[in-house]
Design a protein around this ligand. Structure first.
Ligand SMILES: NC(=O)C1=CN([C@@H]2O[C@H](COP(=O)(O)OP(=O)(O)OC[C@H]3O[C@@H](n4cnc5c(N)ncnc54)[C@H](OP(=O)(O)O)[C@@H]3O)[C@@H](O)[C@H]2O)C=CC1
Ligand SMILES: O=C(CO)[C@H](O)[C@H](O)COP(=O)(O)O
Length: 472
């Protein structure tokens, strides 16, 4: 049998779909999974009658691959990746290339790229987004490592990726762990948009008294607009419309209100804090998940801490797409993208990643979880001004902010009066109000710091560094 073009390790949700995608695009494959029973099951099922062979062990796996070998690891992130690298390294030869397609922490990838390249192997850390369906039909992919290593997989990933009007949803991201860094920030934005839609749902349900179907109808209207047309709005409509087969009621109401997380949202926020990037909407979404996990405490606290009773306020009518609520959702989604792009810009300079922000917006336009029509506007904004410090001051986005800010403020005020938490909406409002305020009150913070700790301050009326003996 002739040698296979491509090897895959890890026949999980993503791996099995990616290998079917590669095979459909003309790349014969060999697959290996730690638990061999899964390989057998795959080859008898979805992988049958295809140019896909199985391997029982890693020696057999590498022997079945053409050289230089291109091997995609699609397994659990963390120590599993190091374990597989250690297990397979003795069988690799100069020029062979390992690709980590999982959600690895970017600093782990930095280390692995350096280690593997020093042994004359190639190593690519490649963020992949699109879930199971995207992996099969065409994901968005964010590969980082050396340019030479990328060139060895370019033809493969360009064919496998989702295609949009201006090309495949994959491009060379940059050196080291940059591909995984960009995927991490993608997921931070994803956390933000998910929480924003959850807040809109909570208000429609608790203030508007709407049913799942009524809410789904609003989401359908939003999905038809340039500002909100997106994959996450589309699947939220589906989630809200779906009924429990047991009793025909809204299935979403039967789901435990505790959101899981696997790390990328946390890493986005930690990186932002380390780099001095302001990402409050994304942070609020992460904290929303943390708070959601405190279910027992929340049940107790509900009996002890009494806020105001739910009061109705104007969310708009479903006939006009719930205009103020839509304002809140639009601006909060824009803030999530703006914060993510700003984090990328700052990280690019700090880590010498040389990220090309218009290209990142381009490869997010299809295949990935945060794909949306807005990404075309984001691409245009960074093409028009590659040094744009914040998306929200681009003329098209600024017009949206100026028009929709009163709606966002109205929703946040109403939610506060009604005692309903809207962490992403309120963080977005504070973010925009802070960003558009030329003089903030941190002059007083500086005064306090100088007062207790002689930390000194600058003045607005003269040059220099000053200290005042504030006490006595
Ligand atoms: N699911 C999704 O929507 C997305 C997931 N990702 C990322 O892709 C990666 C894979 O995710 P997914 O396909 O969902 O994962 P699954 O949980 O479906 O599968 C995990 C795979 O990892 C293998 N594995 C786990 N530990 C080890 C180990 N120590 N050594 C060797 N193999 C191991 C498992 O093998 P075994 O069968 O033997 O247990 C299995 O093949 C993760 O990093 C995930 O974060 C990225 C984008 C989207
Ligand atoms: O990478 C993904 C999508 O882009 C994965 O689905 C990831 O698991 C999502 O993150 P979390 O599980 O923390 O919500």
């Amino acid at each position: 049998m002739s040698k296979a073009h491509f090897g895959l390790i890890g026949l999980g949700v993503m791996g099995e779909n990616l290998v079917l995608n590669a095979e459909r695009n003309g790349f014969s494959s060999v697959v290996y999974n730690r638990t061999y029973a899964k390989t057998e099951e795959f080859l008898k099922g979805l992988g049958s009658d295809k140019a896909i062979q199985g391997a029982k062990d890693l020696q057999d796996f590498v022997d079945k691959l053409e050289r230089p070998r291109r091997i995609l690891m699609m397994i659990k992130a963390g120590s599993a990746i190091d374990a597989v690298i250690e297990q397979i390294s003795p069988y690799l030869q100069e020029g062979d290339l390992l690709i980590d397609g999982g959600n690895s922490e970017f600093r782990d990838t930095e280390r692995r790229v350096a280690e593997l390249e020093s042994k004359s192997f190639g190593y690519i850390g490649m963020g992949v987004s699109g879930g199971a369906k995207g992996a099969l039909e065409g994901p968005s992919m964010m590969p980082g490592g050396t340019k030479t290593s990328y060139e060895a997989i370019e033809s493969l990933v360009c064919k496998m990726a989702a295609q949009v009007e201006d090309g495949p949803c994959v491009t060379y991201i940059g050196p080291g762990g940059s591909g995984h860094f960009v995927k991490t920030v993608h997921n931070g934005i994803e956390y933000g948009i998910e929480q924003i839609l959850a807040e809109a749902y909570d208000l429609m349900k608790r203030v508007g008294g709407m049913t799942g179907t009524q809410m789904a109808d609003v989401l359908a209207q939003w999905n038809a607009t340039e500002e909100l047309s997106s994959y996450l709005v589309e699947i939220t409509e589906v989630c809200l419309r779906t009924k429990d087969p047991d009793d025909g009621s809204d299935l979403v109401e039967k789901i435990m209100d505790q959101a899981g997380q696997k790390g990328t949202g946390l890493w986005t926020v930690v990186s932002a804090l380390e780099l001095g990037a302001s990402v409050p909407t994304i942070y609020a979404s992460l904290n929303g998940r943390v708070m959601s996990s405190m279910k027992p405490q929340r049940i107790t606290a509900e009996q002890i801490l009494h806020g105001s009773a739910i009061k109705p306020f104007d969310l708009g009518s479903s006939a006009d797409g719930m205009a103020p609520l839509m304002d809140a959702v639009v601006l909060s989604c824009m803030a999530s993208y703006a914060q993510g792009m700003e984090l990328l810009r700052i990280a690019s300079a700090e880590y010498n990643y040389n990220l090309h922000l218009p290209s990142i917006a381009q490869i997010w336009k299809g295949g990935c979880i945060i794909r949306s029509r807005l990404l075309k506007r984001i691409q245009d904004a960074f093409n028009a001004d590659p040094q744009l410090s914040n998306l929200l001051i681009d003329p098209w986005f600024a017009e949206q902010v100026n028009r929709r800010l009163p709606g966002l403020a109205k929703v946040v005020a109403g939610a506060a009066e009604a005692g309903i938490p809207v962490p992403c909406f309120s963080s977005t409002l504070d973010y925009i109000n802070s960003y558009r305020t030329a003089r903030l009150p941190q002059n007083l913070v500086q005064a306090m710091r100088d007062c207790f700790g002689s930390h000194t301050y600058q003045r607005v009326d003269k040059e220099g560094t000053f200290h005042t003996e504030w006490l006595d």
